[in-house]
Design a protein around this ligand. Structure first.
Ligand SMILES: [Zn+2]
Ligand SMILES: [Zn+2]
Length: 345
């Protein structure tokens, strides 16, 4: 079967290769992939800019859905032909305190699809049934493939940050996670919602306004502090959500957050901070990290998709066949698409 494979630690070392179909163990389910979202992290791995471990070669892709093609002898509860979406934690130890307490996203032995385990930019993937979710009929494969980034935003804003209706929220970064964070904040009653981008984001800032941002701003052209001070009582944002991972954004987060406010960091980046953390102390700010998601979040997000409460139409810039993966990646890199989806025929 054809697969999009990263084969070396260098810029551009990704190609379509022919690989053998996987065999399932009696405890696994074989998924015939129908759609895969291209993540910013896939683009980073194409450019070899990732700040996490990858095995080589590796099939890319961790945002996926499909139909059950085969069910292992010891698996109950799934039938061939069912439509499913799959979480990203391909393997966990199952025994550590985080696995036992349902926080398996933090298992030190967690190995994710498309990084340490072969991913879904191909026809078949062998998965453990514990991370499968049945798709509501009304949710298309192209939309279901984006469940994962919505879960990232839901986990960060609802489960970790405990956003409140009426909170002033600043979203830094208008990639897919930023757009999902914006929509979750809006669903949660946040107001105002400010989306911040850069020169490459002109189109994406327009989309952010369509999706509910009350204000948008290009931080390379204007200072966001003046805007934030003009909102409400002028003390700043209740919550700043960093969906960029750039160190400069964290300095801005510290400037924009109000005393007793919260900075929630979703974006990753390997650069050192190069700034004093004194504002965190002076403003008594809570800094919250958020990573991945777990089962209950997926079920809730699928209900949000089924009930039409998340708008994915302006986010999906294009749907591409597997052989056009390069175009799918490039249109995300250059800012044309917030999200590209690969459809497996
Ligand atoms: Zn991702
Ligand atoms: Zn574990």
């Amino acid at each position: 079967m054809q697969a999009v494979v990263k084969y070396a630690r260098q810029d551009g070392a990704v190609q379509v290769r022919d690989i053998p179909e996987p065999h399932i163990t009696p405890d696994q389910v074989l998924i015939e992939v129908k759609a895969v979202g291209v993540c910013g992290s896939d683009v980073h791995m194409w450019r070899d800019h990732q700040s996490w471990q990858v095995k080589l070669p590796v099939v890319l892709g961790h945002e996926f859905c499909g139909v059950v093609a085969q069910v292992g002898a010891r698996v109950n509860g799934f039938q061939v032909g069912e439509r499913v979406a799959c979480e990203t934690a391909a393997e966990i130890c199952g025994e550590c305190v985080y696995c036992r307490s349902g926080n398996y996203n933090l298992c030190p032995s967690r190995r994710g699809f498309g990084a340490l385990i072969d991913g879904a930019m191909t026809r078949y993937v062998a998965v453990r049934p514990q991370i499968l979710h049945r798709l509501p009929d009304i949710v298309s494969f192209e939309h279901a493939a984006l469940t994962e980034p919505i879960c990232v935003a839901y986990n960060a804003l609802v489960e970790k940050t405990r956003l409140k209706p009426g909170d002033c929220v600043v979203i830094q970064g208008v990639g897919a996670i930023g757009m999902m964070a914006l929509q979750i904040a809006k669903l949660h009653g946040a107001h105002p919602i400010v989306a911040l981008g850069t020169d490459v984001d002109a189109r994406r800032l327009d989309i952010a306004r369509q999706l509910g941002a009350t204000h948008t701003l290009n931080v390379q052209r204007e200072d966001p502090r003046a805007l934030i001070q003009s909102l409400g009582d002028g003390f700043g944002a209740d919550v700043v959500v960093d969906c960029t991972g750039v160190s400069a954004a964290f300095k801005t987060s510290m400037a924009l957050v109000r005393p007793n406010g919260t900075i929630t960091k979703i974006g990753w980046g390997p650069q050192p901070l190069d700034a004093s953390l004194d504002p965190i102390v002076a403003k008594a700010v809570t800094v919250q990290g958020a990573f991945s998601h777990t089962y209950a979040t997926w079920e809730r997000v699928l209900r949000l998709l089924a009930s039409g409460q998340i708008n994915l139409a302006p986010i999906i810039g294009g749907v591409y066949p597997l052989t056009e993966w390069r175009e799918a990646f490039a249109r995300m890199e250059d800012g044309t698409n917030v999200k590209s989806v690969i459809s497996i025929q």
